[in-house]
Design a protein around this ligand. Structure first.
Ligand code: PGA
Length: 254
């Protein structure tokens, strides 16, 4: 399976910073494409068109939105539609990131609506899941991952499910490892990814083996190769270390 290396820029970079990143990375990838890897960049909305222009002609690289609202259009002040994201150059969207769940109070119900709406509208969805430290310490890892995955995927209709292995990626991001510098131990990543694969099997049947499961949380150039070598780790979702082109490139080539 081709590994996916995704960059989540969060609320960083204005347009000139985004253009500079795209210029640097595009130059390196044009002369030496990353073998067998798909890069996905999730810039802030105002940078999507800039990034998309900057990466034009570079194969193996896609652009995504960090969020969207699951309606076609309408009176939803402050929100953005999939049509707008697509027009700017995005083909992927993040759903369920822990910062959306925790800071903005996104419920499993809203995340399920977004997942179904995005897939039905031809977007590729990266669904983020993960437990808090308190949940892990309470022995609730499996229960939390099961709830997050089943609530988002069980409602999907038969037509949508057909395209799932290609259109869905799961990002397992333990909340306690995001932006903390505290990467999960290999054994913890192995265990959690095996749990995710098993739950996917319950929900999606034989297609489950073809769904990418990415790890996220304090991924750096120095730990990327070790993480990518683990069973059921089909890619990485990178926050802080994706903000510099050179550091992201090292992870892409790890
Ligand atoms: P981090 O963020 O790499 O800075 O820990 C990962 C994420 O939030 O997706």
């Amino acid at each position: 399976m081709q590994k996916i290396i995704a960059a989540n820029w969060k609320m960083y970079k204005d347009r000139s910073e985004a253009a500079q990143f795209a210029g640097e990375l595009a130059e390196k990838l044009a002369s030496k494409p990353a073998q067998g890897r798909l890069a996905i960049i999730f810039p802030p909305f105002t940078d999507i068109a800039t990034a998309s222009d900057g990466f034009a002609g570079i194969s193996g690289l896609s652009i995504g939105g960090q969020n969207f609202y699951p309606e076609e259009q309408g009176a939803f002040t402050g929100e953005i539609s999939l049509k707008m994201l697509r027009d700017a150059g995005a083909s992927w969207a993040l759903v369920g990131h822990s910062e959306r769940r925790q800071i903005f109070g996104e419920s499993d119900g809203l995340i399920a609506r977004k997942t179904a709406f995005g897939l039905a509208h031809g977007f590729k969805i990266m669904l983020c899941i993960g437990e808090t430290l308190a949940e892990r310490e309470a022995g609730a890892l499996e229960a939390v991952l099961d709830r997050q995955l089943e609530s988002a995927l069980n409602p999907l209709d038969a037509e949508t499910r057909k395209g799932l292995p290609a259109n869905l990626a799961i990002a397992y991001e333990p909340v306690w490892a995001i932006g903390t510098g505290k990467v999960a131990q290999s054994a913890e990543v192995l265990e959690a990814h095996a749990v995710v694969r098993t739950i996917l099997g319950k929900v999606l049947g034989s297609d489950a083996k073809d769904v990418h499961i990415l790890y996220g949380g304090s991924v750096k150039p120095g730990n990327a190769a070790e993480l990518l070598a683990l069973d059921n780790v089909d890619g990485l979702l990178v926050g802080g270390a994706s903000l510099e082109a050179e550091s992201f490139l090292k992870i892409l080539e790890a």
